[in-house]
Design a binder for this molecule. Structure first.
Ligand SMILES: Nc1ncnc2c1ncn2[C@@H]1O[C@H](COP(=O)(O)OP(=O)(O)OP(=O)(O)O)[C@@H](O)[C@H]1O
Length: 349
């Protein structure tokens, strides 16, 4: 009967990868016991955006097998590394960039990291916004100092399930950085290669705004899986976002999607929606996956200032829900990129 179950499961496609779960090697266990099918699906990311649909489709397929009256579906997850992992132990490096400053890039990066960690992924966050490092503050750790381990590697700090390093935890508070290109290049190299990141599924890098030395340095130093562009929907931000997109294209960094931040505002007293910056404007950037539209919400700013990402502090707020959805959509895009060039048949149980 197990063969019949596997045959039924081989008709179920992963909705994003457009390949069946059996040939993708995603069926970790399949058995039938006293009319009950037990199926364990090994997802390509714990933050799978389509888990609900996969569960529905697997159950429906299992119930078509003669003699199966019930189906118990369980899930595991393992983020598949690319052919060439970015750093030892680090599967995917994801850059978060913006053209213009102040569009909420750091807020989005922090919430993406916290969100992926909440879903069970191992996540690091590198604050490469060396001129205006805000990650440590947004994670409630501006006073913490990075120390070295016994191998003289930087030991990342830990907050809300995210391992992170920020320049703010290395330089005395309130001091401006006056580094030039080569020094920045070597600082970024050190953050990446001389830090004990450990095993990570995703290392998210909060880039400085714009298209300068740090961005170039990063794309030249390591093999990154892709980049996310954060923008607000108004034209002045979009003009700069176009430049950032062009920079990634020239550096051969795939753009995994766009996040439209401050997309709209819902007045808490009246419930009326205001498209302050012109919701949907990011579609003008062309044919890129829109990972999310994040509303402008007071709690996002308050939570950042209080040191707890909104996805944790106000998980049911519309902005937090949109950020969690965006993080899952991003994880989905990473899986699609990684598994796009699969051999015909992977390991099957
Ligand atoms: N969706 C949102 N709702 C309300 N406030 C937000 C939202 N997104 C960001 N903010 C606030 O806007 C300000 C700028 O955000 P943030 O520092 O994340 O932007 P940035 O693009 O990283 O800026 P910089 O270019 O300086 O690095 C912060 O005060 C932040 O709390």
């Amino acid at each position: 009967m197990r063969d019949a179950l596997m045959a039924a499961l081989s008709t179920v496609n992963d909705p994003e990868l457009h390949r069946d779960l059996v040939s993708l090697g995603m069926i970790e266990h399949a058995s039938v016991d006293a009319g009950v099918a037990h199926v364990k699906v090994n997802l390509t990311t714990p933050a799978c955006p389509l888990k609900g649909q996969i569960e529905h489709d697997v159950r429906a397929a299992a119930l078509t097998v003669p003699g199966v009256q019930e189906a118990v579906i369980t899930f595991g997850a393992m983020v598949r590394p690319p052919a060439q992992p970015a750093l030892p132990g680090v599967k995917h490096v994801l850059l978060v960039g913006s053209g213009k400053g102040g569009v909420g890039k750091s807020s989005v990066a922090v919430n993406l990291a916290a969100s992926l960690a909440m879903d069970g992924a191992r996540v690091g966050l590198l604050d490469a916004d060396v001129y205006g490092p805000s990650v440590a503050h947004m994670l409630g750790q501006s006073g913490a100092k990075v120390t070295a381990n016994e191998e003289r590697k930087m030991r990342p700090l830990d907050a809300h399930g995210v391992r992170f390093i920020s320049m703010a935890n290395l330089s005395p508070a309130g001091q401006a950085l006056v580094w030039r290109g080569p020094m920045l290049h070597s600082a970024i190299q050190q953050f990446l290669k001389d830090a004990a990141w450990g095993d990570l599924d995703y290392l998210i890098v909060d880039l400085p705004p714009g298209t300068g030395d740090v961005q170039l340095s990063l794309t030249q130093t390591i093999q990154v899986t892709g980049a996310v562009i954060v923008t607000t929907p108004q034209d002045v931000a979009l003009i700069d976002a176009t430049r950032a997109l062009d920079m990634f294209r020239k550096a051969s960094v795939p753009v995994l999607g766009v996040i439209e931040n401050m997309s709209y505002f819902v007045a808490p007293d009246t419930g009326i929606t205001y498209d302050i910056f012109g919701r949907g404007g990011s579609r003008k950037l062309g044919d890129h996956t829109l990972l999310g539209e994040i509303p402008l919400e007071v709690s996002v700013r308050q939570d950042a200032d209080a040191g707890t990402p909104a996805v944790l502090a106000h998980p049911d707020s519309p902005a937090a829900l949109a950020l969690r959805q965006a993080a899952r959509a991003l994880a989905g895009q990473v899986s699609v990129r990684t598994l796009a060039h699969l051999p015909d048949q992977l390991t099957v149980v």
